[in-house]
Design a protein around this ligand. Structure first.
Ligand code: GDP
Ligand code: IMO
Ligand code: MG
Length: 427
């Protein structure tokens, strides 16, 4: 029986990961984020009330669940404190339940400024980042001059490290990007002040996870973004700056591969993408508009409209293999209720292998299989035997194409709108 379950997005993000993490959090001792930052926007709808989480793990609405932020997550102290305060104002106990790795790289104001300056310099080739400073913060980690949360607690160390980082970033901002530099004293004051607030929550996440494993406790690892946004395996350079695929769990939380028992791939019944970059099955027609309207496809972090298209079984099969997916959860099936026909991309023309990078991706043309739509409403459905036959056939075909079983369906944004075929934590 599984004790550790990883939840990963298998497309370009916004597959509905947060909703499923919140649901499964009822069965676990802890929920752990391991990569990404506040570029993530995870929407939870519980008793009609909407909560959008960016850095705080999606287990926070379930009483007593420990929430951990592993070393692979880039943390913007200001955004995290704001999120914690907003949740606590609603009476949710966060500070006593949240543990954050002191090794998390810190996102400072200069990272956001650099993110924006880079995007504007790219012009038409802009990635369409969330503007949260994610890329520049991961760059600083890789270049080994970045700050970690532990540095904020020590005034001398903070001052010394900040001086070097700000000197370099302000030089780039002013002289390379012709942008406004950031005020060093302001950044330093804020970092010290927020560091003090975060200090009581700093814990060795790896040790905590090893203890939980030793005690046979159940743990959920919550991915952010989606596999096609992975820095190595996605549609580079139109990707985020972290490993969103399975390896990120190990490096970003400090656990081994044998500590993972089950990998749940979250997949929208169609496809969306926010920002720039190739998207073979994108629809710029009435079908695409209908998906956007029924699926309310606007970014949870930036409010930008999401691009929509049919399900891509070629990309999905690749991500199933690459992540070692145990089972899939197909979300937003209800959005397709209104379609007379549904399509799945079964292969690509114009290329004889899996595309590498944006140039090859943009040469790909999708070849579709068309399936009849279904009569009937799947919204809110919880029983498998009530699933319309044509919807069942669509899912059966998908399983066959991507060589992975569908273990769950999500049929609405609310916590309890699901069909559980095989529960990841149960035999
Ligand atoms: P995440 O980033 O993967 O957590 O996903 P987001 O929260 O950014 O986007 C998913 C959106 O779809 C949110 O607005 C959810 O409330 C909503 N949602 C999730 N599952 C379903 C579903 O099965 N049906 C419908 N109609 N909406 C869903
Ligand atoms: P969740 O966790 C969808 C996209 C941005 C942009 C690219 C790089 O809610 O699924 P970044 O700011 O990370 O440097 O932007 O990645 N992106 C997301 N798209 N969902 C997300 O997170 C995303 N996080 C980043 O739109 O195309
Ligand atoms: Mg999202």
């Amino acid at each position: 029986m599984s004790r550790s379950v990883v939840i990963l997005g298998t497309q370009w993000g916004d597959e509905g990961k947060g909703k499923i993490v919140d649901l499964l959090a009822h069965d676990v001792a802890a929920v752990v984020r391991f990569q990404g930052g506040h570029n993530a926007g995870h929407t939870l709808i519980v008793d009609g009330k909407k909560t959008v989480l960016h850095l705080v793990p999606s287990g926070i609405l379930v009483d007593g669940v420990r929430c951990l932020i592993g070393n692979g997550v880039v943390v913007a102290p200001r955004a995290l404190i704001k999120e914690i305060d907003a949740l606590e104002e609603r009476g949710i106990d966060v500070r006593s339940r949240l543990g954050i790795s002191p090794a998390c790289p810190v996102i400072l104001g200069c990272h956001e400024a650099l993110d924006r300056a880079r995007e504007s310099r790219r012009g038409k080739k802009a990635i369409g980042t969330t503007g949260r400073g994610i890329g520049p913060a991961y760059e600083d980690k890789a270049s080994r001059h970045g700050l970690r949360l532990a540095d904020l607690a020590d005034p001398e160390r903070l001052a010394e490290k900040l001086e070097g980082v700000l000197d370099y970033h302000n030089f780039l901002l002013e002289h390379y990007y012709q942008a406004e530099p950031v005020d060093g004293a302001e950044v330093a004051d804020e970092a010290a002040r927020l560091g003090e607030q975060l200090a009581p929550m700093l814990v060795d996440v790896t040790t905590e996870l090893h203890r939980l494993r030793r005690d046979s406790a159940r743990v959920l690892f919550e991915g952010a973004q989606g596999s096609l946004l992975d820095i190595d395996h996605g549609t580079y350079p139109f990707v985020t700056s972290s490993n969103t695929t399975i390896g990120g769990v190990m490096t970003g939380a400090g656990v081994g591969p044998t500590d993972i028992d089950y990998v749940l791939g979250i997949t929208k019944a169609y496809t969306t993408r926010v920002g720039g970059g190739p998207f073979p099955t994108e629809l710029n027609d009435d079908d695409g508009r209908l998906m956007a309207e029924r699926g309310v496809e606007f970014g949870a972090t930036t409010g930008r409209p999401r691009r929509c298209g049919w399900l891509d079984a070629v990309a999905l099969k690749r991500m199933v293999r690459l992540n070692g997916i145990t089972g899939l959860c197909i979300t937003k099936l209800d959005v397709l209720d209104a379609f007379d026909k549904v399509r799945i991309c079964t292969h690509y023309e114009g290329i004889d292998r899996f595309p590498l990078g944006a140039e090859e991706w943009s040469r790909v043309s999708p070849v579709y299989e068309t399936h009849p739509g279904w009569d009937g409403d799947t919204r809110g459905l919880t029983e498998l035997d009530r699933l319309p036959k044509a919807a069942r056939a669509y899912l059966d075909r998908l399983e066959e194409l991507v060589e992975a079983p569908v273990h769950m369906l999500s049929t609405g944004p609310e916590r309890d709108a699901n069909v559980i075929i095989r529960h990841p934590f149960k035999p």
